[in-house]
Design a protein around this ligand. Structure first.
Ligand SMILES: O=C(O)CCC(=O)C(=O)O
Ligand SMILES: [Fe+2]
Length: 273
């Protein structure tokens, strides 16, 4: 394994035992990945990228996915509706999930044929490749259940629960997520929330605050927070540099997620449960 990755992994193992220090390092990562030098560093890593081409599973199973339009929407909004996954795929993702006996499974790619068909679909990869500006790396993947919490007031709660805090992610200098709902998701089904068009710029305060509560965000982006609801199979791309919330509602939401990066190695993916 690459020496640099071994050093970073060892450092992460140490850091998780020291929460305060881990938090400071997280802030440093956010400053690096989302700070003022981001665009320059993106260009640098795009130019020197030598990621091996992804072995595609073709032809695309998503004829309705319009790559060009998706890219336009991602560029302006950081969000784009993608496609509707068919029932056979949904069923086989559920079968895989139940075979593990767990509600949260990480690093699903390479272990579930239906999952790989999506992750390596030519059109999905084309979107990731063009958005990232180089051959994408499938950095992380998961199948997970969010909620349910029968007591949850969800997004209406006066004091949001920690899961309701608004945040943005910094997986790499440039990265893209694909999320697929595996059950019908309405207002009460722990929906995802996003503030579109917030993927490009972050203030210094954003970079060191990392998480905001609803009140602050509502003041700053009145009417900005959009609820993402949709039927089982509903899929969307998101640059999770956008502010977003993984809300917890009265009903549970099953999701498949795929994260593509520019240069960050999957060996450094840290999955929290
Ligand atoms: O499931 C969600 O709503 C989003 C989860 C999330 O915040 C993330 O994967 O970055
Ligand atoms: Fe997130």
């Amino acid at each position: 394994m690459d020496l640099l990755i071994r050093i970073q992994k060892a450092a992460i193992r140490k850091l998780v035992q020291h929460r305060w220090l881990l938090y400071q390092c997280q802030k440093a990562r956010f400053l690096l990945f989302r700070g003022p030098f981001r665009d320059t560093l993106v260009r640098f890593f795009q130019k020197r990228s030598n990621t091996r081409s992804i072995a595609l599973q073709g032809p695309s199973i998503f004829p309705e996915l319009d790559v060009e339009q998706t890219l336009r929407e991602l560029d302006t909004a950081g969000y784009s509706e993608a496609f509707l996954l068919g029932p056979a795929h949904i069923e086989s993702l559920f079968e895989f999930l139940s075979s593990t006996g767990s509600k949260h499974v990480y690093e699903v790619h390479g272990r579930c044929g239906s999952f790989d068909e999506i992750a390596y679909d030519p059109k999905v990869v084309a979107v990731a490749r063009r958005y990232i500006g180089a051959e994408p790396i499938l950095y992380a993947s998961s199948l997970y259940l969010t909620g349910p919490d029968p007591k949850a007031k969800g997004i209406q709660a006066e004091k949001p629960e920690t899961e309701d805090l608004v945040h943005f992610d910094a997986n790499d200098f440039k990265d893209l997520n694909l999320f697929i709902y595996l059950n019908d998701v309405d207002q009460d089904t722990s929906p995802h929330f996003v503030i579109k068009r917030t993927h490009k710029e972050k203030s210094f305060r954003d970079l060191i605050t990392l998480r905001y509560n609803r009140g602050e965000i509502d003041r700053r982006f009145p009417s900005g927070l959009e609820t993402i609801t949709g039927p089982a199979g509903f899929a969307f791309f998101e640059d999770t540099s956008c502010f977003h919330i993984q809300s917890v509602g009265a009903k549970g939401r099953y999701t498949a997620s795929f994260c593509y990066t520019l240069q960050r190695s999957p060996k450094l993916a840290r999955y929290s449960s």
